[in-house]
Design a protein around this ligand. Structure first.
Ligand code: CTP
Length: 404
């Protein structure tokens, strides 16, 4: 089976008139790349902004614009196009189209298709700030929400008309994130998850330091998967070159001590802690305030090291610890070290990386160590693995009602 995030999902992508139509080309590409089939339906106004030819090329399917289009087998495009769809997404959704939806109008193919649907409907508004804040629009949006229609965005910022404010369409990547989140089972609804990710950087002097090759990809993928599963997520990240996952609260730190302090400050508010960071075990005991220079006699500098705090063990040793999950990257004998590390750190679950060379790679193979034994998960890319791990963690959490 494909592990693509939206494999097997069929979406009807309805486009209405607005300059944001150009963003839908990119959205279509993201959706199809993730394995979804995308059936584009455009209003007449949408075709003024981008052509059906472009959308057909990107979606790989004929585009429908007219209620009277005879290409569907029984000539009922307004019914047939949404049957079998997992959702209809209207992007961009114009002021006019939101008003039509709120009142149940069905005077063109797309609006009729929405009224005749038997699947969820998501709308992605895009309009001028005055049009968005107009009381009629706000009334219509409130009505759509009351009718169970999901609204994604809008964003705030500069608009095509030159004004600045609420109403601009979410960026395609954000719409993509919201759509995948929509399809993710909410196994962590109501949970608060704190994670560490990436390497730490332990300075030696103002320009040098000790770090490691952790890319942060696994921790960021887990933060994203937890957020999509409905959790409130706080990610404490060492120095990495990764974008913050949509909807995740991120706090950047450099050193192990800073990571420890950030975690200990936040942890009372969280019910799950996942330590994914590759925390430096040692730091130099004296950081030089000046750049260390070569001396005339070419003397090699010597450093004394002190041990950094163990963040995971500190959290697990709290009087009322959250559910703690550790990670272990070992260069050999994972079976022995994994369980030994779990017991030493006093955590209920430890995830061991099989093979030492996972730093920076896109896929991974892991074993779960817990008191009851061990479970191997199949090799997968880090996003799929993160989804699987979130499901495994969610199954093991104590009943929410007994968390204080
Ligand atoms: N960890 C931590 N703080 C540290 C060291 C490790 O929170 N100072 C966490 C990591 O985030 C990971 C787990 O502990 O979840 C195991 O990390 P690892 O580096 O494998 O363990 P160490 O305790 O450093 O053991 P060793 O390096 O001796 O194998």
């Amino acid at each position: 089976m494909s592990t693509a995030e939206l494999a097997g999902k069929h979406l009807v992508l309805g486009m209405t008139g607005g300059i944001a139509c150009y963003k839908i080309a990119e959205l279509t590409r993201l959706l199809t790349k993730a394995g979804a089939t995308v059936q584009v339906v455009m209003t007449d106004a949408a075709t003024q902004f981008i052509t059906p030819v472009t959308m057909q090329a990107l979606s790989g399917r004929p585009v429908y614009t007219s209620q009277w289009d005879g290409r569907v087998p029984n000539n009922m495009a307004h019914i047939d196009l949404s049957r079998g769809a997992d959702a209809i997404v209207i992007a961009p959704a114009s002021t006019d189209f939101l008003a039509k939806l709120a009142h149940g109008f069905a005077d063109d193919l797309l609006s009729t298709l929405c009224v005749a649907r038997d699947c969820p409907l998501l709308v992605v508004p895009a309009m001028n700030r005055q049009m968005w804040s107009n009381p009629a629009t706000q009334r219509n949006v409130a009505q759509l929400r009351a009718d169970g229609i999901e609204t994604l965005g809008p964003d705030s910022g500069p608009q095509a008309c030159g004004e600045i404010g609420d109403g601009r369409m979410l960026e395609p990547a954000a719409v993509y994130e919201a759509i995948t989140a929509f399809f993710t089972p909410k196994t962590l609804a109501g949970r608060r998850v704190l994670l560490t990710a990436g390497p730490t950087f332990e300075p030696i002097d103002p320009v040098r330091g000790i770090t490691n090759r952790s890319s942060g990809k696994m921790g960021f993928a887990l933060a994203r998967a937890a957020q999509q599963a409905g959790a409130d997520v706080h990610l404490v990240a060492g120095p990495v070159a990764l974008d913050t996952p949509w909807g995740v609260y991120r706090e950047d730190v450099q050193t192990a001590q800073q990571m420890h302090d950030a975690v200990m400050r936040a942890v009372p508010d969280y019910d799950v802690f996942i330590g994914v960071a590759a925390v430096a075990d040692w730091r130099v005991d004296h950081v030089s305030a000046e750049k260390i220079k070569k001396t005339a006699d070419r003397r090699i500098p010597e450093f004394a090291f002190v041990e950094n705090p163990d963040i995971l063990a500190s959290v697990a040793a709290l009087p009322h610890p959250p559910y703690c999950v550790g990670f272990a990257a070992e260069s050999g004998d994972l079976d022995v070290h994994g369980e030994e590390k779990r017991v030493r750190k006093k955590v209920p679950l430890l995830i061991g990386n099989l093979g030492p060379l996972t730093f920076g790679l896109d896929d991974n193979e892991v074993i779960l160590f817990e008191a009851g034994g061990r479970t191997k998960l199949p090799r997968a890319d880090k996003q799929s693995l993160a989804r699987a791990l979130v499901a495994e963690i969610a199954r093991r959490l104590p009943d929410q009602s007994i968390i204080s």
